[in-house]
Design a protein around this ligand. Structure first.
Ligand SMILES: NC(=O)c1ccc[n+]([C@@H]2O[C@H](COP(=O)([O-])OP(=O)(O)OC[C@H]3O[C@@H](n4cnc5c(N)ncnc54)[C@H](OP(=O)(O)O)[C@@H]3O)[C@@H](O)[C@H]2O)c1
Length: 311
């Protein structure tokens, strides 16, 4: 079969060529991949630092070619959206059935391929905040792939959503996705009323400033580190007095904590099918353009998700 493999001598560390077909384990279905999406962590870390010759890729959507031998998961012919630690960027992918979501017939498989890591982690990060109905939730890095899902899902969960972006030109789209307030820069974060929860995607000084917005008993979920910067908390920031007691910083990483994600992916795909969740695909092209797409994502020229179609 054809696949993109990691090749550190090639442009973007990626080469398109022939590799052996995957051999599914008993609990895995074999999926014919239609489309896959790119994630910041792949473009910035997993591909440049990956093992040469391996097939990368976390997110893919396609159709089940052969159901799992143990009888779990969807039947052959079912449109699906899939998550895995690798192997998505190929014509065929073997996937654990627990990490497969069913997709309603007729849904654009390119659109749902944007879901697994970005929407899956946004959903699970929001769950870490507990009930958000009627509560204030801040999303940082809101204009990125994960952030746009987090804004939509937090609004759907009944939160008053504050979107923090470094780019004021994204304010209108963030409001259209459900943000009640849009703020920019450190002054913007410093100006907001206390929040119950934070989905933090940028790291560095943004995380420190976002932590400062937490109300007592509030939780910040440190999910992303797009800035590449470390965090420095000034003396006193972590004091629990003056109405700032019991604030929590939690971490979450989807690929290490994805049990049952197939059920979540089925639900997310049903929202896309009904037009109730917008994957915000900002770049789409043939998979031969994978290096171009990863470069555009890292250079912050993709507004939302980048999707590649397997021709
Ligand atoms: N924990 C998990 O399971 C998990 C899952 C998925 C992603 N992540 C991580 O979450 C972060 C966001 O992922 P993503 O897929 O949304 O990435 P993305 O699409 O590239 O978006 C990143 C966003 O972060 C903001 N940003 C602010 N300062 C930045 C800087 N110096 N460099 C780059 N971006 C900056 C930008 O938002 P504005 O334009 O709005 O300012 C940008 O759009 C990444 O660190 C990624 O690795 C973690």
């Amino acid at each position: 079969m054809r696949a993109l493999t990691i090749d550190h001598s090639a442009s973007g560390h990626l080469a398109l060529g022939e590799v052996p077909e995957p051999q599914p384990a008993a609990h895995q279905a074999l999926v014919r991949v239609h489309s896959f999406s790119l994630n910041h962590g792949e473009a910035a870390h997993a591909i440049p630092g990956g093992e040469a010759g391996t097939v990368p890729g976390w997110d893919a959507a396609g159709v089940v070619l052969r159901a799992a031998a143990d009888g779990s998961g969807p039947a052959a012919g079912t449109p699906v959206v899939t998550l895995g630690a690798n192997g998505a960027w190929a014509e065929l992918r073997a996937v654990d059935t627990d990490w497969i979501g069913a997709v309603p017939e007729g849904t654009d498989l390119g659109a749902v391929s944007a879901l697994p890591v970005a929407a899956g982690s946004a959903l699970r990060g929001l769950r870490r905040l507990g009930p958000i109905l009627g509560r204030r939730v801040l999303v940082t890095g809101a204009g990125g792939g994960v952030g746009r899902f987090a804004v939509q899902l937090a609004a759907r969960g009944g939160a008053h959503v504050i979107a923090a972006t470094s780019d004021p030109s994204k304010a209108d789209v963030l409001r259209a996705l459900g943000a009640d307030e849009v703020v920019t820069g450190p002054e913007g974060l410093a100006s907001i009323e206390p929040v119950h929860g934070v989905i933090e995607l940028v790291g560095g000084s943004e995380l420190v400033a976002a932590y400062d917005t937490l109300a007592p008993h509030g939780t910040l979920v440190a999910m992303g580190h797009a800035s590449g910067a470390g965090e420095h908390f000034e003396f006193g920031t972590l004091f629990g007095n003056e109405g700032r007691h019991n604030r929590t910083i939690a971490t979450y990483f989807l690929l290490d904590d994805a049990a049952g994600i197939g059920t979540d992916l089925s639900w997310l795909a049903s929202l896309v099918a009904r037009g109730e969740l917008d994957p915000q695909v900002g770049w789409r092209g043939d998979w031969s353009r994978a290096a171009e797409a990863t470069e555009a994502l890292i250079a912050r020229r993709v507004r939302g998700k980048a999707v590649l179609d397997v021709s």
